[in-house]
Write a protein that binds this ligand. Structure first.
Ligand code: HEM
Length: 141
C-alpha cells in the first residue's frame, strides 16, 4: 500500500513539474536606445518608445511582447505597424481585433539568462507618415 501511495505521489510530482515546464511565464521587457543598454544601470538610456513595450510572455521558443496600442509622444498618437527582431519580420498580433496591433511574437533559439538583448527595428504610423526607428529590446529573466 505504501509503495502504491509513493508511486502515485511521484507520478503527481512529475506531472506538476511537466506542467510548470510547459507553462508560459511573464517577463519584464524594456526598450533601450540602440547600442546603449547598460546592465549595471537599467534605468539609463531607455528609448522614447519604452512606454509602448508593456511586458513579455515566454512560452518555449516563442516570445510574445505586449504593446501599448495607442502610444502618444510629441503631442501626437501613433501605432506600431511593423517590427523586425534581429533582422527578421515578427508576427504582429491584433488580439482585440480593432485593427491596431497589441502584441508581436517571434521565436528565439538562445537561452534567456538574466537578460537577453535583441536588435529591434520599428515602423510607427503617426498620422499618415511612418517613422522608422531602431533600438534594443531587452527581455529580463
Ligand atoms: C506617437 C508615436 C511616436 C512618435 C511621434 C515618435 C517620434 C520619434 C522621434 C521624433 C524620434 C527621434 C527623436 C528622439 O530620439 O526622441 C523617435 C525616436 C525613436 N523612437 Fe519614436 N515615436 C513614436 C512612437 C514610438 C514607438 C511606439 C516606438 C517603439 C516601440 C518608438 C521607438 C523609437 C526609437 C527606438 C527611437 C530612437 C531614439 C530612442 O530610442 O529614443 N517610437 N521617435
Amino acid at each position: 500500500m505504501k509503495k502504491l501511495v509513493s508511486a502515485v505521489l511521484a507520478g503527481a510530482m512529475v506531472l506538476s513539474m511537466c506542467a510548470s515546464a510547459l507553462a508560459a511565464t511573464t517577463h519584464e521587457a524594456s526598450l533601450y536606445k540602440d547600442g546603449e543598454f547598460d546592465p549595471t544601470s537599467l534605468s539609463s538610456n531607455l528609448s522614447m518608445g519604452d512606454d509602448a513595450i508593456l511586458d513579455a510572455e515566454v512560452d518555449g521558443d516563442t516570445i510574445t511582447v505586449y504593446l501599448q496600442e495607442d502610444f502618444s509622444a510629441y503631442f501626437t498618437t501613433g501605432n506600431l505597424s511593423d517590427v523586425t527582431i534581429s533582422g527578421k519580420t515578427v508576427e504582429m498580433i491584433d488580439g482585440d481585433g480593432n485593427g491596431k496591433y497589441d502584441a508581436f511574437s517571434f521565436t528565439h533559439t538562445e537561452d534567456l539568462g538574466d537578460y537577453t538583448k535583441f536588435d529591434a527595428d520599428f515602423t510607427i504610423n503617426v498620422s499618415i507618415m511612418p517613422i522608422a526607428a531602431s533600438g534594443d529590446l531587452v527581455i529580463f529573466g
